[in-house]
Write a new protein. Structure first.
Length: 201
Protein backbone atom coordinates (compact mmCIF):
# COMPACT_ATOMS: atom_id res chain seq x y z
CA UNK A 1 0.00 0.00 0.00
CA UNK A 2 1.31 3.45 -0.85
CA UNK A 3 1.97 5.99 1.91
CA UNK A 4 0.94 9.05 -0.04
CA UNK A 5 -2.58 10.42 0.19
CA UNK A 6 -3.78 7.85 2.75
CA UNK A 7 -5.26 8.73 6.14
CA UNK A 8 -3.21 7.74 9.18
CA UNK A 9 -5.50 7.35 12.24
CA UNK A 10 -4.40 9.22 15.32
CA UNK A 11 -5.35 11.50 18.20
CA UNK A 12 -2.78 14.26 17.77
CA UNK A 13 -3.74 17.95 17.81
CA UNK A 14 -3.57 17.99 14.00
CA UNK A 15 -5.93 15.01 13.78
CA UNK A 16 -8.40 16.74 16.09
CA UNK A 17 -8.30 20.07 14.25
CA UNK A 18 -11.46 20.53 12.10
CA UNK A 19 -10.96 19.71 8.44
CA UNK A 20 -12.12 23.15 7.31
CA UNK A 21 -9.58 24.90 9.52
CA UNK A 22 -6.77 22.65 8.28
CA UNK A 23 -7.79 23.24 4.67
CA UNK A 24 -7.71 27.02 5.18
CA UNK A 25 -4.30 26.75 6.86
CA UNK A 26 -3.07 24.61 3.97
CA UNK A 27 -4.11 27.25 1.45
CA UNK A 28 -2.47 29.98 3.52
CA UNK A 29 0.73 27.93 3.79
CA UNK A 30 0.75 27.42 0.03
CA UNK A 31 0.45 31.16 -0.54
CA UNK A 32 3.30 31.81 1.93
CA UNK A 33 5.54 29.28 0.18
CA UNK A 34 5.13 30.91 -3.20
CA UNK A 35 5.49 34.44 -1.84
CA UNK A 36 8.87 33.65 -0.29
CA UNK A 37 11.61 34.01 -2.84
CA UNK A 38 14.87 33.14 -1.09
CA UNK A 39 16.33 29.89 0.18
CA UNK A 40 16.75 30.77 3.88
CA UNK A 41 13.10 31.50 4.76
CA UNK A 42 12.01 28.56 2.61
CA UNK A 43 14.42 26.34 4.53
CA UNK A 44 12.84 27.53 7.79
CA UNK A 45 9.38 26.80 6.42
CA UNK A 46 10.55 23.35 5.33
CA UNK A 47 11.85 22.60 8.84
CA UNK A 48 8.48 23.66 10.28
CA UNK A 49 6.75 21.30 7.84
CA UNK A 50 8.98 18.41 8.96
CA UNK A 51 8.41 19.19 12.65
CA UNK A 52 4.67 19.13 12.02
CA UNK A 53 4.98 15.40 11.28
CA UNK A 54 6.32 14.93 14.81
CA UNK A 55 3.45 16.98 16.23
CA UNK A 56 1.01 14.77 14.30
CA UNK A 57 2.85 11.68 15.61
CA UNK A 58 3.13 10.15 12.16
CA UNK A 59 4.99 6.81 12.44
CA UNK A 60 8.60 6.90 11.20
CA UNK A 61 7.75 4.11 8.76
CA UNK A 62 5.24 6.33 6.96
CA UNK A 63 7.67 9.26 6.93
CA UNK A 64 10.40 7.11 5.41
CA UNK A 65 8.05 5.73 2.75
CA UNK A 66 7.10 9.28 1.73
CA UNK A 67 10.73 10.44 1.73
CA UNK A 68 11.79 7.44 -0.35
CA UNK A 69 9.34 8.42 -3.07
CA UNK A 70 9.78 12.20 -3.01
CA UNK A 71 13.51 12.72 -2.44
CA UNK A 72 14.70 11.10 -5.71
CA UNK A 73 12.20 13.23 -7.62
CA UNK A 74 13.37 16.39 -5.87
CA UNK A 75 16.99 15.45 -6.53
CA UNK A 76 16.33 15.20 -10.27
CA UNK A 77 14.50 18.53 -10.25
CA UNK A 78 17.37 20.15 -8.32
CA UNK A 79 19.95 18.97 -10.84
CA UNK A 80 17.86 20.17 -13.79
CA UNK A 81 17.24 23.55 -12.19
CA UNK A 82 20.92 23.90 -11.24
CA UNK A 83 21.90 23.22 -14.82
CA UNK A 84 19.41 25.69 -16.32
CA UNK A 85 18.95 28.40 -13.67
CA UNK A 86 21.89 28.15 -11.29
CA UNK A 87 22.46 26.87 -7.77
CA UNK A 88 20.54 29.55 -5.85
CA UNK A 89 17.40 29.30 -7.94
CA UNK A 90 17.57 25.50 -7.87
CA UNK A 91 17.59 25.61 -4.07
CA UNK A 92 14.56 27.91 -4.01
CA UNK A 93 12.57 25.71 -6.39
CA UNK A 94 13.35 22.46 -4.56
CA UNK A 95 12.70 23.88 -1.09
CA UNK A 96 9.42 25.33 -2.31
CA UNK A 97 8.33 21.99 -3.77
CA UNK A 98 9.50 20.08 -0.71
CA UNK A 99 7.56 22.28 1.70
CA UNK A 100 4.42 22.23 -0.45
CA UNK A 101 4.45 18.45 -0.94
CA UNK A 102 5.30 17.76 2.70
CA UNK A 103 2.44 19.87 4.03
CA UNK A 104 -0.06 18.61 1.46
CA UNK A 105 0.82 15.02 2.32
CA UNK A 106 0.56 15.74 6.04
CA UNK A 107 -2.89 17.18 5.42
CA UNK A 108 -4.05 13.95 3.76
CA UNK A 109 -2.45 11.86 6.52
CA UNK A 110 -4.35 13.71 9.26
CA UNK A 111 -7.66 14.42 7.51
CA UNK A 112 -10.41 12.02 6.53
CA UNK A 113 -11.74 12.60 3.02
CA UNK A 114 -15.34 12.54 4.24
CA UNK A 115 -14.59 15.23 6.84
CA UNK A 116 -12.99 17.47 4.22
CA UNK A 117 -15.86 17.00 1.77
CA UNK A 118 -18.39 17.88 4.47
CA UNK A 119 -16.37 20.96 5.46
CA UNK A 120 -16.20 22.17 1.85
CA UNK A 121 -19.93 21.68 1.37
CA UNK A 122 -20.73 23.58 4.59
CA UNK A 123 -18.33 26.39 3.74
CA UNK A 124 -19.74 26.88 0.25
CA UNK A 125 -23.36 26.53 1.34
CA UNK A 126 -24.07 30.31 1.32
CA UNK A 127 -22.87 30.50 -2.31
CA UNK A 128 -25.65 28.20 -3.47
CA UNK A 129 -27.80 31.25 -4.21
CA UNK A 130 -25.20 32.35 -6.76
CA UNK A 131 -25.36 29.09 -8.65
CA UNK A 132 -22.49 27.31 -6.88
CA UNK A 133 -23.21 23.65 -6.14
CA UNK A 134 -21.31 22.80 -2.94
CA UNK A 135 -21.91 19.06 -3.31
CA UNK A 136 -20.19 19.08 -6.71
CA UNK A 137 -17.21 21.02 -5.34
CA UNK A 138 -17.02 18.64 -2.40
CA UNK A 139 -17.13 15.67 -4.75
CA UNK A 140 -14.30 17.19 -6.82
CA UNK A 141 -12.14 17.71 -3.73
CA UNK A 142 -12.80 14.17 -2.51
CA UNK A 143 -12.03 12.63 -5.88
CA UNK A 144 -8.82 14.65 -6.13
CA UNK A 145 -7.52 13.36 -2.81
CA UNK A 146 -8.53 9.81 -3.63
CA UNK A 147 -6.85 10.10 -7.03
CA UNK A 148 -3.57 11.04 -5.33
CA UNK A 149 -3.81 7.93 -3.16
CA UNK A 150 -4.80 5.72 -6.09
CA UNK A 151 -2.00 6.91 -8.38
CA UNK A 152 0.52 6.58 -5.59
CA UNK A 153 -0.62 3.02 -4.94
CA UNK A 154 -0.44 2.15 -8.63
CA UNK A 155 3.06 3.62 -8.88
CA UNK A 156 4.30 1.67 -5.86
CA UNK A 157 2.80 -1.60 -7.07
CA UNK A 158 4.21 -1.08 -10.58
CA UNK A 159 7.64 -0.34 -9.12
CA UNK A 160 7.52 -3.52 -7.05
CA UNK A 161 6.55 -5.58 -10.10
CA UNK A 162 9.33 -3.94 -12.10
CA UNK A 163 11.84 -4.77 -9.37
CA UNK A 164 10.63 -8.39 -9.25
CA UNK A 165 11.28 -8.71 -13.00
CA UNK A 166 14.79 -7.32 -12.59
CA UNK A 167 14.04 -4.31 -14.80
CA UNK A 168 14.57 -1.53 -12.25
CA UNK A 169 16.49 0.69 -14.69
CA UNK A 170 14.07 0.33 -17.59
CA UNK A 171 11.82 3.36 -17.99
CA UNK A 172 9.36 1.59 -20.37
CA UNK A 173 9.05 -1.28 -17.88
CA UNK A 174 7.60 1.23 -15.42
CA UNK A 175 5.90 3.79 -17.65
CA UNK A 176 3.84 1.42 -19.83
CA UNK A 177 2.22 -0.64 -17.02
CA UNK A 178 1.71 2.52 -14.96
CA UNK A 179 -0.05 4.25 -17.85
CA UNK A 180 -2.22 1.21 -18.62
CA UNK A 181 -3.29 0.77 -15.01
CA UNK A 182 -3.93 4.51 -14.62
CA UNK A 183 -6.18 4.56 -17.69
CA UNK A 184 -7.99 1.48 -16.46
CA UNK A 185 -8.56 3.13 -13.09
CA UNK A 186 -9.89 6.26 -14.82
CA UNK A 187 -12.33 4.17 -16.89
CA UNK A 188 -13.57 2.34 -13.79
CA UNK A 189 -14.02 5.62 -11.92
CA UNK A 190 -15.91 7.16 -14.85
CA UNK A 191 -18.20 4.15 -15.09
CA UNK A 192 -18.88 4.27 -11.35
CA UNK A 193 -19.77 7.98 -11.51
CA UNK A 194 -21.97 7.45 -14.56
CA UNK A 195 -23.79 4.59 -12.83
CA UNK A 196 -24.64 6.98 -10.01
CA UNK A 197 -25.96 9.60 -12.39
CA UNK A 198 -23.19 12.13 -11.80
CA UNK A 199 -23.12 14.61 -14.68
CA UNK A 200 -26.49 13.65 -16.14
CA UNK A 201 -27.77 17.18 -15.61
Amino acid sequence: MSPIGLYEPGTSPLHRTPAGVKFALLLGFAVLIFVLGSALPLAVVSVVAVLAYAVARIPPRRCWQVARLLLPLLAVIFLLQWWTLGLDQAGVVVLRLFAALAVANLFTLTTKVDDLVSAVERGLGPLRRFGVRPERVGLLVGLTLQAVAALSTIAAQTREAQRARGAERSLPAFAVPFLVRTLRHSDELGEALAARGVGDD
